[in-house]
Every structure is written in structure tokens, then in C-alpha cells.
Design a protein around this ligand. Structure first.
Ligand SMILES: Cc1ncc(COP(=O)(O)O)c(C=O)c1O
Length: 399
């Protein structure tokens, strides 16, 4: 299919991208109509038929298996290495809380991590006396591997970092970092919130141990969905922190005084009931991406459009771009001289252009999704020029 026709077909299935100039997939992706259909049909069925029929039990088991299967395809692993979660942060917590931490153990991380990773890291630091060693990566443009290498030592039990940083949109060199971490026996835990569905990911090739992803961002699924990959080593080493019937082999703990047998697969990190309309929406989104849109096409389209946005912004006087052009995908962070990022985001929203601001480094971030067009970027550029001169006139500009 011709590129423009394909994008038109995709946009026809995503009302949100026609309603707005939607450049904020890094926060929430727009949902295709198949997601609405799937969620609606499961909700209606549950309401009309109830949720306690034998058929429904079979159905939910199959639906969860389908979700694990789709995620396994996306990440290049086996379905039994995937647990379903509610979001990225769940997966990161399961990994970090899964160690029997001892005082003096160390975690190596970076100064580019989202609170979804920072929170669990500092939680174990406070509870168990773990030392956190933070690599100062700036915008992620420099020699990331050497900076992280200097912090890894025998006490390092875990290295926790993003594949694609949420603040400047830099893709970090995971393969090399993983090799260094494994030399001292540390597990590598990856925050895949901005990479899953925006760049190719193969957890086996990267060699990482845990890879946590959301459903609601670049994968265009509903809120409350996510997944996490565990390598076989991680499955051997990580303990359960939250446990329930979904974690245990059937019959375990029954009757009282029975036995505690976690499932042999990553499914043991699941706990109890899930919101099945959301899982149905997640499966529908992933199937649509794989079968109808195509992951290879998605990755190359996002890379092209991200670079297009980068270059168009670079042409504007007074715009400083923080995203390293040689290691980026669909996120571009920038500042406009004389404009406060929060005010800029508000003023763009007034013009129906949806982007967000980032606190560190203080900047505006756009997300170029596979469904966006060059026209969307041009609208943003035009609006930036107008807003900049308006802010200057009203004296609301900052220094
Ligand atoms: C890099 C990164 N990690 C974690 C999160 C939190 O995501 P979730 O809500 O899926 O836990 C985000 C969300 O913006 C993010 O960008």
C-alpha cells in the first residue's frame, strides 16, 4: 500500500488523531477502533451473561494466553517468560522487590529514569540499606557505556535503566551495558515504557533479564495494561513479592496446611483477577499492530517522522533540541528561547496541539507516532512561531 494511503487508513481507525494534533503518545497512545470494539463486547458479554460461567473461565484463560503470546512476539521471547501487569511500573517493582536485598548491595541506575523506576529503587534503598549509584548521563548523548561501566562493581546486584529515555528520547546501548553487568553477576532490569512499540526490541539479543512495558503508550492499548519479561536466570533468582491464586499451581495451599508451589513460568508474577475488557483491548491493539499495521513499518515510520520533527525544529531560531539525533526514535525534547515550557504546552493545547512538558531537563516533549503526519509537525512548527511571538508581546516569556 502507498505510504499516504496506509496512513489515511490508520488515521481513519483512530478518531483521537483526527480530533487533535496528537503528539503525546509517550504519555498515552491513541486507541484504534478495534480496541473499543473488543472492550465493549467483553463488557457487554460479562454484563449480560455474568462472569461465573465455565465458558467465561475458559475465555479469560485463553485471552490472557493470547496477550502473553502477542507480547512475546513483540519482545522476541517465549510466552512463558511473560507476566501480565497493569503498567510498566508494576513490572519494575516485581523485579526490584524480587531480590533478597542485603545492606551493602548496590543498584546502578541513571539520572534519566522515570519515577516508575526511581520509586522502586529508592524504596529498597530505604528499606534494606541498598546503595544506589547513579550514572550522570546528561542528555544521553555521550559515552553512556563508559559512564555506567565506572559504577558497576562486584557489589552491584542489579542495573536498572531505560531502553529509551522518557526525558530526552535517547536510545541507550543495552547490549554493552548488559555484558558488563553480567560479568559481576548483576541482573539487568529495563524500563521499556518508551521503547515497546517505538523501536525494535529483542530481549534475547539484548541479553537483558527483565523488560517491563506498558500497554497504553506506543502500543495503543487501554490504560491498566502492561507486561513484563523475565529471562530464565531472572526466573531462577527473583522471589515473589505479591502472591495469589494466579501465582500458584492449581491445588496449592488447598486444603489449609497444603503446599506452596509457585507456577514454573513467569505467570507466577500474576496475582489474581484482571479487568478482562482491558485485556481484550490490549490483545486487539497488539493484533492490529502486528497484522494490519506491521511492526517493521511502525518502527521505520516513527524513526522517519521523529527525525523529520528534529530537523524542522532545528531550523527554527532560538530552539534548542535536547534529543541526540544519532540515537533517537519518536521522542523529541526541546526548549524555545524566551518561552517557559509549561506555558508553551498550555498555549499549544489552546491550539489543539497536544504535547507535554518535562521537568528534568525542563523542556517540551513531542512524540511522533506512526499515525502522525508531516502536516502534524508543520502545524506544531507554525504554532510555535505564533505562540513565541505572542508570549513575547504579552510579556509572559521567561528568560
Ligand atoms: C520511561 C517511563 N517509565 C515508566 C513510566 C510509567 O509508566 P506506567 O504508567 O506504564 O507505569 C513512564 C510513563 O510515562 C515512562 O515514560
Amino acid at each position: 500500500m502507498h505510504k499516504d494511503t496506509k496512513i489515511e487508513v490508520i488515521r481513519a481507525a483512530m478518531p483521537a488523531v483526527r480530533e487533535h494534533i496528537y503528539l503525546n503518545t509517550g504519555t498515552y497512545g491513541p486507541m484504534p477502533s478495534v480496541v473499543l470494539d473488543a472492550m465493549r463486547s467483553v463488557t457487554e458479554r460479562e454484563f449480560a451473561n455474568g462472569r461465573i460461567t465455565r465458558e467465561n473461565y475458559e475465555y479469560t484463560t485463553q485471552l490472557k494466553a493470547a496477550a502473553r503470546q502477542e507480547v512475546a512476539f513483540l519482545l522476541g521471547c517465549r510466552p512463558d517468560q511473560i507476566a501480565l501487569t497493569r503498567h510498566t511500573t508494576d513490572g519494575i517493582n516485581l523485579a526490584i522487590m524480587g531480590r533478597n536485598w542485603q545492606p551493602g548491595d548496590e543498584i546502578v541506575t541513571t539520572d534519566m529514569e522515570h519515577p516508575g523506576a526511581q520509586g522502586p529503587i529508592f524504596n529498597v534503598a530505604r528499606r534494606f540499606g541498598v546503595t544506589v549509584r547513579t550514572a550522570r548521563l546528561g542528555t544521553g548523548a555521550g559515552d553512556v557505556v563508559s559512564t555506567i561501566a565506572r559504577l558497576i562493581r562486584p557489589q552491584t546486584r542489579m542495573v536498572v535503566l531505560s531502553h529509551l529515555t522518557w526525558n530526552t528520547g535517547a536510545v541507550l546501548p543495552l547490549r554493552e551495558i548488559t555484558e558488563l553487568a553480567h560479568r559481576v553477576g548483576a541482573l539487568v532490569v529495563i524500563d521499556g515504557a518508551q521503547s515497546a512499540g517505538s523501536i525494535p526490541v529483542n530481549v534475547k539479543e539484548l541479553g537483558v533479564d527483565v523488560y517491563a512495558i506498558p500497554g497504553q503508550k506506543w502500543l495503543c492499548g487501554p490504560e491498566g495494561t502492561g507486561a513484563v519479561y523475565f529471562s530464565d536466570d531472572a526466573l531462577d533468582q527473583l522471589q515473589l513479592t505479591i502472591v495469589g491464586y494466579a501465582s500458584l499451581v492449581q491445588g496449592a495451599l488447598e486444603p489449609i496446611g497444603g503446599f506452596f508451589v509457585p507456577k514454573p513460568t513467569a505467570e507466577r508474577f500474576e496475582v489474581g483477577g484482571m479487568h478482562m475488557p482491558a485485556i481484550a483491548g490490549q490483545v486487539a491493539a497488539l493484533q492490529w499492530l502486528r497484522e494490519t499495521v506491521g511492526y517493521d513499518w511502525i518502527y521505520s515510520r516513527i524513526a522517519d517522522l521523529g527525525h523529520y520533527a528534529w530537523h524542522r525544529l532545528a531550523e527554527l531560531e532560538g530552539v534548542e533540541i535536547l534529543t541526540p539525533p544519532d540515537r533517537m526514535a519518536g521522542l523529541v525534547s526541546f526548549t524555545v528561547h524566551g518561552c517557559d515550557p509549561q506555558q508553551l504546552v498550555e498555549a499549544l493545547a489552546d491550539r489543539n496541539i497536544i504535547v507535554r512538558w518535562i521537568a528534568h531537563p525542563y523542556s517540551v516533549r513531542l512524540s511522533a507516532g506512526f499515525y502522525n503526519t508531516e502536516d502534524d509537525i508543520e502545524h506544531l512548527i507554525e504554532a510555535l512561531l505564533t505562540v513565541r511571538s505572542e508570549l513575547a508581546k504579552t510579556g509572559r516569556a521567561s528568560g
